[in-house]
Design a protein around this ligand. Structure first.
Ligand code: AMP
Length: 545
């Protein structure tokens, strides 16, 4: 027997229409690429998204066509989020930090029809345009007076494109399972693979963000998206903000500590989201200028995800910023959110130290994400907080395959997706990543967590950043090498660092050596590039012990 409820498809256009009715005056504050701040409302975004949808219709864009962006976080990018997906086309957000060859590969693989770009990427577009075979026109996200002087065939101006279009548009009612956006994930091997999100998956995921045990996003928030709109739909925040009426603060291209601090202060930011590396530069700026963020800012939650949140970083947010850290974990294939580390009632009276131990965990899965850990043979391991194994997930916002079937099947016979992460799960459902399967250090038949060692190392006051990789060892198979970047003006020797780690990790985990470098390599999404480090240190030999 079927239920007798109305059958409305979950569509991104319905999120925008809700925003237009429920909070049309909700604000979007953007730092523009041209320089000044720009403030507009959801009503403005809606009006212009409809003009854009009319312009794309006039350009003969068909349902399912891929429309690419090379753009920072800003209001015009928001208009593309709603205008493109709303009309039934697929928004393909390209990460401009990828190598030009990768961008060329991605645009051709996706068969993008149009490409919208911020002025910062004008030279890149000029270089790549001749090689983007399917792109019919390149649209600069600016007005006529600021059009870039570049040699690109079919160069159009965004403001001109939409200005004469009607701001009335009837969104098509399409299948909620239709594709809404596309984002490529750059694995460490092979070509990038496309993850194709649907209207349904995007909406269910965004609803989870708004729940209290998610990010508790509401109309009371002013949310700073440091996480780029070209990285997994800015973790779904543009949709979740339009749902909840949260104010959005979009930082454009200025992601340095000073710019972020100013933005947090001037735009009364209550919630900020980003990867550990951006928070590192914010905290360094505060430290160097002896600022008092607890007084200057209204920040009350910081979401740290994309890589493990170092304990020292969490502690600084708690103590110095008076802000609570929500450690979150996920991946592109998961839209991206899987877990959030919120506290349970039983932690209400936990000491700061106990709380920091808990916040080192990536957190509890949200409804919609099932997870389990298994051993090498695929047998499920106990959820006792001790056993660690391969982390598998399934749920309605997790990929079933890559775009155009690249890489073959990605689910096992029971529909589980292997995240490539190694984790523990405790009886309260807190999951903790101990490593990427390929980064874990295998020493004498046991596993050493490179993440735990890195977290311990960055809590040393002189250490800005740390990476640990396994180095081949004749007796133990692999042993850890600690590679550190020191903070400007600080000194620490190998003996200092190993002495510091001695009280923090098991003795047999202690790195066999310490190397000092000026900088560590990062991927286009801010993760440590362990592959590069392993190449860089491939001739490194450890003394036998
Ligand atoms: P991406 O698809 O580029 O977002 O990368 C996803 C991967 O980033 C995950 O599989 C994890 O290895 C890593 N990751 C994401 N969030 C965290 C976190 N909070 N702690 C540790 N690793 C993380």
């Amino acid at each position: 027997m079927l239920g007798l409820m109305q059958d409305h498809p979950l569509l991104i256009s319905s999120v925008l229409e809700h925003a237009l009715k429920a909070h049309p005056q909700g604000q979007i504050a953007s730092r523009t690429v041209e320089g000044p701040m720009h403030h507009c409302s959801y009503a403005d975004i809606g009006r212009r998204a409809k003009q854009l949808a009319n312009a794309l219709t006039a350009l003969d864009v068909q349902p399912g066509d891929r429309i690419a962006t090379l753009a920072w976080n800003g209001y015009r990018h928001m208009e593309l989020y709603f205008g493109v997906s709303g009309m039934g086309a697929v928004l393909h957000t390209i990460n401009p930090r990828l190598f030009p060859e990768q961008i060329e590969f991605i645009a051709n693989h996706a068969e993008d029809q149009y490409l919208f770009f911020d002025l910062s990427f004008a030279a890149l577009v000029e270089q790549l345009a001749p090689r983007m075979k399917t792109v019919k026109a390149f649209i600069a996200l600016t007005d006529r007076s600021r059009m870039p002087a570049i040699e690109v065939p079919n160069l159009l101006c965004y403001e001109e494109l939409i200005e004469d279009q009607s701001d009335e548009f009837i969104w098509p009612v399409i299948d909620e399972r239709a594709a809404s956006s596309l984002c490529y994930t750059s694995g460490t091997t092979g070509n990038p693979k496309g993850v194709l999100f649907s209207h349904r998956s995007s909406i269910l995921h965004s609803l989870a963000l708004c729940t209290q045990d998610g990010f508790a996003l509401s109309s009371a928030d002013s949310a700073l998206l440091v996480v780029p709109m070209f990285h997994v739909n800015a973790w779904g925040m543009p949709y979740a903000a339009a749902m909840s009426g949260a104010r959005l603060v979009l930082p454009g291209a200025s992601l340095d500590g000073e710019s972020l601090y100013q933005l947090m202060r001037d735009e009364a930011v209550t919630l900020a989201l980003g990867v550990p590396t951006v928070w590192m530069s914010l905290q360094q700026y505060v430290e160097a200028h002896e600022l008092d963020p607890a007084v200057d800012l209204q920040l009350n939650r910081v979401v740290i995800g994309g890589a493990a949140a170092p304990r020292a970083q969490v502690e600084t947010f708690e103590n110095r910023f008076d802000a609570r850290v929500l450690h979150a974990w996920g991946m592109t294939e998961m839209s991206p959110l899987g877990t959030v580390c919120n506290l349970l009632p039983k932690h209400r009276y936990a000491t700061l130290d106990e709380r920091l131990d808990l916040q080192a965990k990536q957190g509890r899965s949200l409804f919609g994400v099932s997870m389990k850990i298994v051993d090498a043979a695929g047998a499920e391991l106990p959820r006792d907080g001790k056993a660690s194994g391969h982390l598998l997930v399934k749920g309605p916002w997790i990929a079933s395959q890559y775009y155009r079937g690249e890489g073959g099947p990605i689910l096992d016979d029971s529909g589980w997706f292997d995240t490539g992460d190694i984790a523990t799960i405790d009886p309260d459902n807190y999951m903790q990543i101990t490593d990427r399967a390929k980064d874990v250090i295998k020493s004498g038949g046991e596993w050493i967590s490179s993440i735990d060692l890195e977290n311990a190392a960055v809590s040393h006051p002189a250490v800005a950043e740390a990476a640990v990789i396994g180095i081949p060892h004749p007796k133990w198979q692999e042993r850890p090498l600690l590679i550190v970047v020191l903070k400007a003006g600080k000194i620490a020797s190998k003996e200092d660092l190993l002495g510091f780690l001695e009280s923090r990790v098991a003795k047999w985990w202690l790195p066999d050596d310490v190397a000092f470098v000026d900088a560590l390599p990062h991927t286009a999404t801010g993760k440590l590039q362990k592959m590069k480090l392993r190449e860089q240190f491939q001739d490194y030999r450890l003394a036998c012990r």
